[in-house]
Design a protein around this ligand. Sequence first.
Ligand SMILES: [Zn+2]
Length: 252
Amino acid sequence: MLIYVYVNCAFIASRASNFEFLEVPQKRVSMKKAVILLSGGLDSTVALWLARSEAFELYTLSFDYGQQHSRELEAAATVARLAGVKAHRVVTLKLDLWGGSSLTDCSIEIEDGNVERTDIPMTYVPARNMVFLSVAASFAEAIGAQDIFTGVSDVDYSGYVDCRREFIDAMQHAINKGTVMGAEKNMPITIRTPFIDKTKVDEIRLAQELAAPLEHTWSCYRGGEKPCNTCDSCLLRAQAFAKAGVKDPALD
Ligand SMILES: [Zn+2]
């Protein structure tokens, strides 16, 4: 049994442990806790800084979900450290076992972006936000956090169905039916979606107000030293910075 546990832990720790950490608290005051889904991109980083501005004790959560590169995990760890989070956790989920997305199946090419697209792109990862929010709910309940922040937007996105308000509302309902906190203790969990009806331009302006470190964020679907500037995510980001009249500090 011991050997099984050891082998399992060693396997799970393989990539995620490179990026997660636990900070020793400087002072002990009673603070509300929040779990923030942190991909290392622009949306989640601004969401983290918003939670930070509300004086939550911050617990960031990233996923090593079988994506083709770890560049965003590196960015998430950097951003979490800069935010001074209490803990940054990286959960390994092997969604690449079944793929179904160009982000998790290396046999499918990550296509060049098209901001005019109306169909669902191959970068859509099946039920990704449902899985991530379920794990976030488990983390939140374990530490007694009643707020989960996610940077999803119903306005400025790639057509992903799991970024819509209808889904978020349904997910919050399910979380509060499926946790003791929500169903028995009258401590409902709220999924905070500050950008659900906001554009990336709004987010960039808020990031400037909050001094969020966008220079350390990574949005590109492809790995590498520099963003590719041709995938959907890069194009949406570039378009937003152009509309905001701001230079993208991550491109310096
Ligand atoms: Zn890109």
